[in-house]
Ligand binder design. Structure first.
Ligand code: UDX
Length: 430
């Protein structure tokens, strides 16, 4: 079997490299010529630790190549992974236009049996839709299977998650489809669950939504902890010993961002709304997340009196460390809120650059942390980059006008910052 990966974004490129590393011949296809050129030259179109080495290795090994011609590539591959984007639409539903385009091109181009694998995150019931789109596009009836194989990759640890999955979920109507897919994974050590396509699609949404529930639960509880002078970090530690709760995704902060949690929770809410079965808990998860950064900024404003004319340093732009992805990052909402309320904002991020058109007289980016903090009335940490944990805060304090630090990710030690003269404000950490 040889593998075609349609859509070489973050998921597609990681998927292509996984299967190349497992010894399969893989071709990655995308309509974005610039992206394909970069990849052919061994350049990743995004920042993801470890993937660039693997990319160069498999271009050299000949296991991985790229193309912009999907209809031609379809003819030469028997397994086709659909890894195209499914962005949110205005109403929260997932935009399936790219999935439909891929399915239609595949249906029109296929001249022999194909196994199609949907890895893109798609609303429950999409697999049936893909079957229909392919059948409608075929000029003659050619057999194929469409199976669902959702990914659970975290940005910043995609390679680890790809090679060490907690589980592989296969949603297939046929035993043959499931068996073919399992063979591709060459028995990667992990549990395999074979279920219906719709169940596989729901497992993806349910998993991301539940992780978002954990985060919003802790974020809302953190607001209460501030009133009670209780440390949410210590509460999280105490909770985490309970194996039914687990230690992860209990870190309170300025809220979750990224290209998945916000999109996936809203997509599941859209499905529930369409079916008249409201998911009230998830509605509150979104509401808490959309107000968490405001709660944090209001704690800063209380100490400053006003944001008008104040110089505020924003440390961290990406939605989490280890990635250059700013999609839905709380830092962007924080910057907008501060500028709207008259602040002069100076931003820093070790990896990400604010798009130049967004920079104004009241919004500038600095490469150096000291320069970013110079003259600042306050600073807020939005991304828990290691650089901020390792920084010499005693020295950085001297650059600031006022030593007010809001730790949006509860990443620093309050006592240590207070010892060097900072007014330290955590989230649920007093
Ligand atoms: C997530 C899922 O983890 C992954 O399985 C899925 O395939 C894609 O979506 P990702 O969005 O890359 O991965 O990052 P993740 O590490 O899950 O963090 C998501 C957001 O939650 C980030 O903004 C992070 O800052 C926030 N977060 C995470 C918290 O606020 N608190 C936590 O305890 C953990």
């Amino acid at each position: 079997m040889n593998i075609l990966v349609v859509g070489v974004g973050y998921v597609g490129t990681t998927t292509a490299l996984l299967f190349a590393e497992l010894g399969w011949n893989v071709v990655g296809v995308d309509s974005n010529e610039r992206k394909i050129q970069d990849l052919e030259n061994g350049v990743l179109p995004f920042y993801e630790p470890g993937l660039d080495t693997l990319l160069k290795k498999h271009i050299e090994s000949g296991k991985l190549s790229f193309s912009t011609n999907l209809s031609e590539a379809v003819k030469h591959h028997d397994v086709i992974f659909i890894c195209v984007g499914t962005p949110s639409m205005e109403d929260g539903g997932a935009d399936l236009q790219y999935v439909r385009q891929a399915a239609t091109t595949i249906g029109a181009s296929m001249d022999d049996y194909k196994l199609l694998v949907t890895k893109s995150t798609v609303p429950v019931g999409t697999q049936r839709q893909v079957v229909q789109w392919i059948s409608e596009a075929q000029s003659q009836s050619i057999p194929f299977d469409v199976v669902s194989n959702p990914e659970f990759l975290r940005e910043g640890s995609a390679m680890h998650d790809a090679f060490h999955p907690d589980r592989i979920i296969i949603g297939s109507d046929t035993e043959a489809g499931a068996e073919q897919l399992k063979r591709l994974y060459r028995d990667l050590e992990c549990p395999y669950l074979v279920t219906s396509p719709a169940t596989a699609e729901m497992i993806k949404y349910a998993s991301n939504s539940f992780l978002a529930v954990k985060i919003s639960f802790m974020n809302e509880l953190a607001r209460l902890c501030d009133q009670l002078d209780v440390s949410i970090s210590d509460v999280a530690e105490g909770m985490g010993y309970d194996t039914r709760i687990g230690r992860s995704f209990l870190r309170a902060g300025i809220g979750f961002g990224g290209s998945c949690f916000p999109k996936d929770v809203k997509s599941l809410l859209h499905t529930s709304k369409m079916l008249g079965e409201p998911l009230r808990l998830l509605q509150d998860v979104v509401a808490i997340n959309e107000t968490q950064y405001i709660y944090v900024l209001e704690r800063m404003r209380k100490r400053l009196g006003s944001f008008q004319g104040k110089q505020i340093a924003v440390l961290g732009l990406s939605f989490k460390p280890g990635t250059d992805d700013m999609r839905e990052a709380p830092s962007l909402s924080i910057i907008s809120y501060l500028v709207e309320h008259g602040a002069i904002v100076q931003v820093h991020d070790p990896v990400v650059r604010m798009p130049a058109p967004l920079l104004t007289d009241n919004l500038a980016q600095f490469a150096d942390l000291q320069d970013t903090l110079s003259g600042a009335d306050a600073a807020i940490i939005c991304t828990e980059w290691p650089e901020y944990a390792d920084a010499d805060w005693a020295s950085l304090k001297k650059a600031m006008k006022q030593p007010l630090l809001v730790d949006g990710r509860n990443m620093l030690n309050r006592e240590r910052l207070q010892a060097v003269g900072f007014t330290y404000v955590g989230i649920g950490n007093g």
